[in-house]
Design a protein around this ligand. Structure first.
Ligand code: ARG
Ligand code: ASP
Length: 726
């Protein structure tokens, strides 16, 4: 009775408290105490802001890592979390995919069969993967904007900011073993410093077979209901002092400040959930003009190009297991955004997003004209923005083609770009040449490992054809015009000839050339058809597209910054959240199914039953491993099951995006209940416009992870390291 009463009151409060929209938003950890903790607690969170973020003592943030790559450690591509005091981390299968793929061969196909190190000695070393811990953050807006005022022109502003940021980073890193990175928030109205400890020896511990870790493949990607066991495990190693070190046999498992407790309690509809992680990019405050350009011009063309690429790759992958291994990661990469863009367009239309933006813009315009001071600052900026987007449209489309069809249409054309430096070096720079050749030999080995010339020939033919047919002449690379003329539009004949002639497209020839490299060989590369085309696209980009495009983008950026500052002033009682920028954020929401469309209501969770329903040995994406069928038949779920069922995934309202993959999903007590890995189809427009009725993040139930490790893989010894609460 009492419980019912509280529920009723909470419901009333939620309705009245419409001001603060829970669910939507990705929050800055150091500001939780100021802006969010009350809402979080109202939503059911039982801990404090300090339990999440505290610089003086271990707290939940210390169990979360951003996964990055050596050389670009601050562009986190995924998130992971510590689940033992011996550096054991869990993230998604698709986050570890590159690493798993790199260790796979036809004989040891870890993608297909999975991999489990049965002791630490068997863990596999990965070059170039980094794991960053956030040590602390600071608001450095004042320091970054030091020397900038309202009259500073944009170019000058950029220069000053860049210099100030560098100085802050250098000062912070001085006499410290940490790394510092300052990033812009709120379209450049604010700046925060993040200080990281970055580990460099991250080893692969285990991954289920793709038939579990990628179950449903690209068919189910971005969809709900979902049954993907999307996880893999790694271990962070440190030197004897528990400090970051490059790989060495002497390294030992890293001892984190803290790690997550794992809960076996599961989730119910309405439960509080919190996600921590490194969301990459969102653009929630764009204008209607930007959305028009994106959904009506740019993305439809990019989708068309990628549809063709994917069809060509798929046909060859289906025909050869070798090509499947070589192209699986590339295919998934191309397919992922391709599919999301399509869902975004549908989702934005369904929300009438452009009309909503226009309505907001009209309100803004009225507000901006309501007073002389506001008028001086904000009136007319939207009209200006509209004009710039119109001017930008043809350049934006030309840029899309240069990037999608040009630079990354054919693989060998992309690879050819890496030879630019070698070709440009003077004969006398022998040392530099030798160094460059060595680097290229390494790149070539990696390139050919996953290269199938005949697939690429088809890509070259198709991409150049579409490029030529869809872009006005003034935006075409000169070389493409020459080719079209010479081959009378027969790009098939061109691609065939180019591949036969290209040294870069032929492994033996290139390896030979590099092994015996003489400065005079530069001419040969410079004449290579792939190189000639690559440089022609490069010229077009640098001389025709980029200057104008950057000029217009700079103008847009400035206006966007002013617009957002204006919006924040106009709605001054609303708590705004900053767009994602690959820095640490906290998301909170609740477990919830949703109404997908007329008469279709989705539950908030899926079970192993659903996997068995989809089971079909003739469909690659739905081919369930026999062992999993057996475990299902005997209902051997141990302590991981619930009511005779094995839960697999659940949906919730956390506002997440790319980069949040692998993020820990926590319950009200801060215990790990799942791993975020995706979003549901009807809501993938959340990067541009979030709607709590339909936007859902998709998480893997942690109990399914443990079940697979223990019962399926027989790697239960790993569970001994974990802190599991029943
Ligand atoms: N859509 C998810 C995310 O954006 C998962 C992508 C990987 N899976 C795939 N089938 N391509 O990254
Ligand atoms: N799958 C995404 C990732 O890899 C997550 C998302 O976009 O929802 O980060």
């Amino acid at each position: 009775m009492l419980k019912k009463m509280t529920l009723f009151l909470t419901a009333v409060l939620l309705l009245v408290g419409n001001q603060v929209k829970a669910d939507e938003g990705m929050w800055i950890p150091m500001l939780l105490k100021k802006y969010n903790i009350e809402d979080m607690q109202k939503a059911g969170f039982k801990l404090t802001a300090e339990d999440i973020y505290d610089v003086n003592q271990a707290c939940l943030k210390d169990a979360v890592i951003g996964l990055g790559r050596e050389g670009r450690p601050f562009s986190h591509f995924c998130t992971g979390e510590l689940i033992s005091d011996q550096g054991l981390i869990v993230t998604n299968h698709h986050c570890g995919y590159g690493a798993i793929q790199a260790h796979s061969t036809l004989e040891n196909d870890y993608l297909k069969d999975g991999f489990w190190a049965m002791n630490k000695g068997e863990e596999l070393v990965n070059e170039g993967i980094t794991a960053s811990f956030l040590v602390r953050m600071a608001d450095v807006t004042a320091e970054v904007l030091n020397g900038v005022n309202d009259d500073t022109n944009e170019e000058e502003r950029t220069k000053i900011i860049k210099k100030n940021i560098k100085q802050i980073e250098v000062d912070t890193e001085k006499d410290s073993e940490y790394r510092a990175n300052v990033k812009a928030y709120f379209a450049g109205n604010q700046f925060f410093l993040s200080v990281y400890e970055i580990f460099k020896d991250v080893r692969l511990v285990g991954a289920p077979p793709s038939a579990i870790g990628k179950f449903g493949g690209d068919t189910d990607n971005w969809m709900w209901p979902r049954h993907t066991g999307d996880f893999s495990m790694f271990r962070i190693y440190a030197n004897k002092d528990n400090k970051p070190a490059s790989f060495s046999k002497e390294n030992v498992p890293m001892k984190p400040k803290t790690s997550f407790k794992i809960s076996l309690k599961g989730v119910d509809e309405g439960d509080f959930t919190m996600v921590f992680g490194y969301p990459g990019t969102t653009t929630e405050y764009l204008t209607s003009y930007a959305l028009e350009l994106m959904t009506q011009v740019d993305n439809p063309h990019k989708i068309k190009l990628r549809t063709k690429k994917l069809d060509l790759m798929r046909a060859d992958m289906d025909a050869s297991p070798m090509v499947r291994i070589q192209y699986s990661a590339k295919y998934a990469g191309v397919a992922n955004s391709w599919k999301r863009w399509q869902g975004e367009i549908t989702g934005l239309n369904r929300l009438s997003a452009i009309a909503k933006k226009k309505e907001l813009e009209a309100r803004f315009e009225a507000w901006a004209n309501s007073d002389a001071q506001l008028k001086a600052k904000y009136a007319g900026i939207l009209a200006e923005m509209k004009g710039i987007y119109e001017e930008m449209t043809p350049y934006s489309l030309a840029r899309d083609y240069a990037l999608e069809a040009g630079f990354s249409g054919s693989e060998v054309v992309k690879f050819a770009g890496d030879f630019k430096k070698l070709v440009s070096l003077d004969k006398k720079e022998t040392e530099a040449i030798a160094k460059e050749v060595k680097g290229l030999q390494k790149k070539a080995a990696a390139f050919y490992k996953n290269y199938n010339q005949s697939t690429d020939q088809k890509l070259l033919e198709a991409m150049m054809g579409m490029y030529h047919d869809n872009v006005e002449a003034k935006f075409l690379p000169e070389e493409l015009k020459v080719i079209a003329k010479k081959y009378k539009g027969d790009f098939k004949a061109y691609a065939k000839k180019a591949m036969a002639k290209s040294v870069l497209a032929n492994q033996d020839q290139l390896e030979n050339l590099l092994a015996n490299y003489k400065p005079s060989n530069a001419k040969k590369i410079a004449k290579d058809p792939a190189y000639v085309l690559a440089m022609s696209i490069d010229d077009l980009y640098k001389l025709i597209i980029s200057p104008k495009y950057s000029e217009l983008s700079n103008k847009v950026n400035k206006l966007q910054r002013t617009y957002l500052a204006g919006l924040m002033a106009m709605e001054s009682d609303k708590v705004f959240y900053a767009d994602a920028n690959s820095t640490f954020r906290v998301h909170f929401g609740k477990v919830a199914g949703y109404k997908a469309r007329n008469a279709v209501n989705y539950d908030h969770y899926t079970t192993l039953e659903g996997i068995i329903e989809k089971d079909n040995p003739n469909i690659f994406d739905y081919d369930v491993p026999q062992k999993l069928r057996d475990l299902y038949a005997t209902k051997d779920y141990g302590r991981y099951g619930q009511n005779g069922q094995m839960n697999v995934c659940f949906a919730a309202t956390n506002h997440t995006t790319g980069g949040n993959s692998g993020s820990p999903v926590l319950n009200a007590n801060g215990e790990l209940i799942g791993l975020n890995f995706d979003r549901a189809w009807e809501g993938v427009m959340s990067d541009l416009m979030y709607d709590a009725t339909i936007c859902r993040n998709v998480s893997l139930d942690i109990r399914y992870v443990l079940f697979i490790v223990d019962k399926f893989a027989g790697a239960g010894y790993l569970l001994d390291e974990m802190n599991i609460v029943e």
